[in-house]
Design a protein around this ligand. Structure first.
Ligand SMILES: [Zn+2]
Length: 266
């Protein structure tokens, strides 16, 4: 089970190098800035059937990475939301689906700088993939053509803290129980296993993301099929609510597991 942090956009690295390397000439810097402006302009354009058809699963991931980079820099794409309502009013063509917590700091359209008609979002405390959410993701991916599913966990998650402290409260109790396997899977290291231990809480949150990604693939032959056909990518991610930065994770073991299932069952 090895999770590897994906590298940042080569484009972003190039721009950064231009800004910091005096050996890079002005014309190249200007080209880089022009390309950046173009990228931002494209990011602000409404998603159409034609645009969606050109987005590969990897490109969809890049679009979200770039959107989070814009959010972090404060330079969000210029978009006319009323125009996007007009364009998408008779048909939507989102390029990605995001499962996130209900936490007020984890709104996908905000942290990924997206507009109307860009992304499907499913939100529930602790970002658990329930059967209803799984069905929604199957619709989004198989019917509506979304190329990417991201399960986003976050630091300082109240739901994760709840299961760390064995909270029981009304209808929340059953929901929190869905997080218990993640809590139990974090190896003991001698430190307290409760909400007072922030490091433990964030470890459980990341473990939960890993488990939700695996579970999603395990329980949906439709989504596994799309992954194996190269039409869909499924990744986990963690949002740091203190900075707004989203760190994408890639679970190679899960992808291998999907490939194995493909050979055995599909
Ligand atoms: Zn949360």
């Amino acid at each position: 089970m090895s999770f590897t942090k994906l590298s940042l956009s080569a484009f972003a690295i190039f721009l950064s190098a231009c800004a910091s390397n005096p050996a890079v000439g002005r014309s190249e810097t200007a080209k880089g800035e022009a390309a950046k402006s173009d990228a931002v302009a494209v990011a602000g354009a409404p998603m159409t059937k034609e645009r969606q058809a050109k987005v590969t699963p990897s490109a969809a991931l890049q679009l979200l990475q770039d959107g989070n980079n814009r959010f972090l820099s404060g330079k969000m794409a210029k978009r006319d939301l009323r125009e996007q309502v007009k364009v998408t009013g008779h048909g939507q063509f989102p390029f990605a689906s995001v499962v996130s917590c209900i936490d007020s700091r984890a709104a996908p359209e905000v942290i990924f700088d997206q507009g109307v008609g860009d992304v499907f979002t499913a939100r529930v405390a602790g970002n658990v993939v329930t059967k209803d959410i799984l069905g929604s993701l199957e619709y989004a991916s198989k019917v509506a053509g979304s190329r990417l599913i991201v399960v986003v966990g976050h630091t300082h998650c109240g739901a994760i803290k709840g299961i760390c402290d064995n909270v029981k409260m009304g209808n929340l109790t059953d929901l929190l129980e869905k997080l218990r396997p993640a809590r139990d899977a974090v190896p003991a290291d001698g430190t307290p296993r409760n909400s007072q231990n922030h490091h433990f809480v964030d470890q459980v949150a990341e473990m939960n993301v890993q488990k939700q990604v695996r579970q999603l693939l395990d329980e949906s032959p439709i989504l596994r099929g799309l992954v194996n056909e190269g039409k869909l990518k499924v990744v986990g991610a963690m949002l740091d609510v203190e900075t707004g930065k989203v760190q994408f994770l890639e679970d190679h073991a899960a992808q291998d597991k999907v490939a194995g299932k493909d050979l055995l069952h599909l």
